[in-house]
Ligand binder design. Sequence first.
Ligand code: OGA
Ligand code: NI
Length: 341
Amino acid sequence: MGEVDQAFIQAAQHRPKLDTIEIEGIPLIDLSLSDKLLVSEIGNACKNWGFFQVINHGVPLELFTKINIAAKTFFDRPIEEKTKVKRDEVNSTGYHESEHTKNVRDWKEVFDFVLKDPSFLPASHEPEDKELKTLRNRWPENPPEFREVCQEYAREAEKLCYKLLELIALSLGLPSNRFHGYFDDHTALMRLNHYPPCPCPELALGVGRHKDAGALTIVAQDDVGGLQVKRKSDGVWVPVKPTPNALVINVGDTIQVWSNEAYESVEHRVVVNSERERFSFPVFFFPSHYVMVKPLEELVNEQNPAKYKEYNFGKFFAARTRGDYKKLEVENIQIRDFKII
Ligand code: OGA
Ligand code: NI
């Protein structure tokens, strides 16, 4: 224990209980059902949980195996090789081993790439600074098939993102393509997460508690488990049980605002363990940087007035990710900072 850097240690109230029992709860939805049934199941899952799992989602299952192998092979390479494709504050694609969530270091290493190469984001979080930065992917030499496997998986996940957005729009009583225009120059990011075994899983977290900033997130996880969701009804941390061939979906902050809180972005975290390494592969579906996010006009009226001020997605994201590299003295920006009522 004496070996573990203080930067990883969670404050007492945020440390995980490691004896959590498996509770059924998070809905499992079969995407091969009729759209009519799906719309209602997805609407309920978004309202009650903010999280659900899907099967028969159309992502070819052999890609799960391929991406697991590619990720393991990459993360097993020597650190000198991984840092050749290191992320930095200007270009946040590539390898990174010291991410912070809410100013505590996460017990993980990651590899990030954008689905659209290049992608554009504001260069800084300062409102007056109009400069954009260009994100271009950095690919490692090993394993040789890494790039192709990542891109193949990402193409399939992107299709699923659009399908889910359509179902979510329908479930809110909107036309199915209502959200599409916000993603013309989307800034979606895929991340390969590696959580090594941790000598003090009762003190550290793989990812500290957080909400995802985008519209939705699709996560493929292996069979180790560790992802936990804060149940809306009572605040209990509920494990998301690894389910063969399923993908985990969660609603992010952007949908919380568009839906005027009909659907909330729910807090989640990743618990680590002392025995098995874990891999997970989120795709964060972020809108174009210039999108102004606000409650949709169709969903607000006198009885249900807008609960959020409008904000620029890119600036919000730039402010939110400022703490990724180091401990900041200030708390990260959150959508509650735009709350009107
Ligand atoms: C994240 C996240 C979950 C997981 O990276 O934002 O919540 O299971 N990951 O790794
Ligand atoms: Ni997350």
